[in-house]
Ligand binder design. Structure first.
Ligand code: NOJ
Length: 751
């Protein structure tokens, strides 16, 4: 038996080696035939610049690009959509160019392609890796069926600042959870075999530190120290790399005053050398050229030189690689080996996708007709939307709503909206294709339902891509809303951000409910206090007034295609909410950046009265709703918390166990969390860090024992010695249903 296994192993290894050598031989051979112009061309990516199934390109800009395309000077395109268009572009690359190298087609498939899933921040609140993997898998199936083979996702930027609009694209503030989610998303997009027609290459972005844009202002300078880079920012990127992600995208920001796109330590030393990343790095849109306004590059030629030296392999939309690389090599500024390395990386990914075998393999109309928005995909959208909802507050248990004999006033501009909940980065979503809360609540016919929008979020005819034009003075609909509120038993108000109010370029300094919505809420509250507030947003909002006054608050983000039904099912108790926040909600914008894994400082503050401690005079330091927080229609008790040993050695493990019981009357799901504090370190350590969690489903009265294993590996961090290691000493371990849980056990790490 043993011998048989060895033979099997040897044949497997030699099979993979022969496949590899075959691939290497193919690519070496191809590179040997390529001119320098064609090599630079592979490193050039253009946005879809004309309709390839329509009229011939016109004007200088289009003509230049078209000629380059036919001349083998374009290696990739982005935002070319649909089987016909992609086929038409691919045909030019394959049939008109000298070597016929196929293009790789990329697009931002961020939270679904045509079937839209909740925005990534919302989805992260499920803490459910299988589900997250499934939505990425489904998005890949849809996108690949429509001709695409590369997504610019997942975004794995850790983000602590709700002013930054792009928090909606990530998995929140925690590197441990963020790493698991990065891995799940990469595995979902790429599957087990990249050459399968239903998988696409993933892209870990934005490498790195983009989530730390100062003051939450998009594209701004990012400022953080070396330890924050390694302990907080890089882990999800490392996890994506370990999961085999094929591409990375660099970032717009500077790190240590150097633009990420021109950052050699980051790209060549850490990513390509230390982590042995063998895919390619694409620049962010124009980020090579943007090194000029950064004051880092003198001109386009210099920018291209700095970018290639630093390890950026493909130029998205700057045209600088195509314009400058040949000159740079000919002038001896850069060696051909750098170009060859970048080209090899790009060709490798194309090879892995199977594009050399069949450049049109992703272009199958029949498959796209069957796959896009299929019933199965839309059902998944509902499941994940329900699980993404976080019940922030449920005082006096207004929720779940009774299904009969109640009068309900449904109020708010977002309650009838079928577009907003598709969110930003909605890829190919059909406009107005989401279900609305109004539609979904109408299906619960045992109650009387009255709807009034109450206020418009924007002035009429506003293009939602526009950032301004919020309605600040038209209150003409207020009275109608008050009238329905007056006669209702319960008022459900659906308020928040329109889908394009968060996302790229959508930074805000005021993160309260936008426009006149808070004013409307306050006026309705004067009439009827039984309010269930449903918040749609792409970021944590400042909900302090709401928290103080409104008995029930549901955080429903932007939940995608089946948003309305998901919300209605939660409101009516057909789904018992189980989501937990992955970003802290501040008490007001002055607290951001705010995150649960903060450091203690030398003068920790325990009350607002203390003057010379690290606190504020007007609000306490804690978050309004912390990371990990989320309620259910039932309650859970945590008891019998036990560590089997209080001493851990570098090679042993200890087990933390506890009993979790459903002490309410309905079935529910709890996400039990474990946090560890390293009390003293060679650098100041966070007050606690998430180190484990389990999703536990319990019937009323049922209990389960949950175990977590703790070993030295789990305690490692990037230490003063500039390496990942666990340091001996005391540790505290906390368990509970949120990051602010207070009971802890202690153990010591010894030699
Ligand atoms: C710029 C964004 O920063 C990036 O995330 C995106 O992938 C590209 N544009 C392409 O759309």
């Amino acid at each position: 038996m043993k011998n048989y296994l060895i033979v099997l192993l040897i044949s497997y290894v030699s099979f993979s080696l022969s496949q590899n050598t075959e691939k290497e031989k193919f690519i070496d051979d191809l590179i040997s035939k390529m001119t320098l112009v064609e090599k630079a061309g592979q490193m050039n990516q253009y946005n879809g610049f004309f309709d390839a199934t329509g009229e011939m390109p016109e004007g200088d800009y289009q003509t230049k690009r078209y000629n380059e395309l036919k001349n083998g000077q374009v290696g990739s395109m982005l935002n070319v959509i649909g089987v016909d268009e992609i086929k038409a572009f691919q045909r030019i690359a394959v049939e008109d160019t000298r070597l016929g190298i196929p293009l790789i087609f990329g697009h931002d498939v961020i939270h679904g392609y045509k079937t839209i899933f909740p925005i990534p921040l919302a989805e992260s609140c499920t803490w459910d890796m299988d589900l997250i993997k499934k939505t990425a898998r489904t998005a890949a199936r849809e996108a690949s069926a429509d001709g695409l083979n590369w997504t610019f996702a997942p975004m794995v930027d850790i983000s602590r600042d709700a002013r930054w609009g792009r928090v909606m694209e990530g998995a929140g503030e925690d590197p441990f959870l963020g790493s698991l989610i990065a891995k799940a998303r990469v595995q979902g997009f790429q599957g087990d075999n990249l050459s399968d027609i239903s998988t696409i290459a993933a892209c870990a972005k934005h490498y790195a530190g983009y989530g730390f844009s100062e003051a939450g202002r998009d594209y701004n300078t990012a400022d953080f120290n070396h330890y924050t880079l390694h302990n907080t920012i890089l882990p999800p990127f490392k996890a994506a790399n370990d999961a085999g992600v094929k591409t990375f995208m660099n970032a717009f920001n500077t790190i240590d005053e150097i633009p990420a796109t021109g950052h050699k330590i980051l790209q060549r030393d850490i990513l390509k050398k230390d982590w042995a990343f063998d895919g390619f790095i694409v620049s962010d849109w124009g980020s090579i050229e943007q090194m000029i306004p950064h004051g880092f590059a003198r001109d386009g030629n210099h920018a291209a030189e700095l970018a290639i030296l630093a390890g950026s392999d493909m130029d998205m939309e700057s045209s600088l690689y195509v314009n400058e690389l040949v000159k740079l090599v000919e002038n001896g500024k850069i060696g051909i080996s750098l170009i060859d390395d970048a080209v090899r990386r790009i060709l490798n990914v194309k090879y892995d996708l199977g594009l050399f075998e069949n450049p049109y393999k992703y272009c199958d109309k029949k498959r796209s007709e069957k796959e896009l928005m299929s019933e199965k995909n839309m059902n998944l959208a509902l499941e994940v939307a329900m699980k993404s909802i976080v019940l922030l507050k449920n005082e006096s248990e207004l929720l779940p709503l009774n299904k009969n004999n109640q009068t309900i006033a449904l109020i708010g501009p977002l309650a009838s909206d079928k577009n907003s909940s598709l969110g930003n980065w909605r890829s190919q979503a059909i406009s107005n294709s989401a279900t609305s809360v109004l539609e979904a609540m109408t299906n619960y016919s045992g109650n009387k339902l009255f709807y009034e929008k109450g206020v418009d979020l924007y002035y009429n005819n506003t293009d939602f891509h526009n950032r301004v034009n919020l309605n600040f003075d038209d209150r003409s609909e207020f009275n109608k809303a008050k009238t329905v509120a007056e006669k209702a038993d319960i008022v459900v108000m659906v308020l928040g951000e329109e889908g394009y109010q968060s996302g790229e370029g959508r930074s805000r300094t005021n993160i309260k409910l936008p426009g006149l919505q808070l004013e409307l809420l306050k006026e309705i509250y004067e009439i009827n206090k039984n309010i269930v507030l449903v918040v749609n947003s792409g970021r944590p909002l400042d909900l302090s007034w709401e928290d103080e006054n409104i008995p029930t608050i549901v955080q429903a983000w932007q939940l995608g295609s089946r948003s309305g039904e998901a919300i209605a099912k939660v409101l009516y108790g057909d789904y018992n909410p189980s989501g937990k926040l992955t970003m802290s909600f501040p008490r007001n914008v002055g607290q951001v950046p705010i995150y649960y894994n903060f450091k203690n400082t030398g003068r920790p503050s325990t009350s607002i009265e203390q003057v010379t401690n690290s606190g504020y005079a007007d609000v306490e330091n804690s978050a309004l709703y912390p990371f990990g927080h989320g309620l259910s229609y039932t309650k859970f008790s945590y008891t019998d918390v036990l560590l089997d040993k209080t001493e851990l050695t570098l090679k042993s493990k200890i087990t933390l166990s506890f009993k979790i019981k459903n002490i309410g009357t309905v079935k529910g799901t709890e996400i039990a969390q474990m946090y560890i504090r390293d009390v003293v370190g060679s650098i100041a350590r966070p007050m606690r860090e998430l180190k484990g969690f389990k999703v536990v489903e319990l019937n009323p009265g049922e209990s389960k024992v949950v175990n977590f294993e703790i070993n030295a590996k789990l305690l490692e961090f990037y230490s003063y010695n500039n390496k990942w290691e666990a340091e001996l000493g005391d540790f505290q371990v906390f368990v509970g249903g949120s990051s602010d849980t207070s009971d802890f056990q202690e153990f010591e790490l010894v030699n």
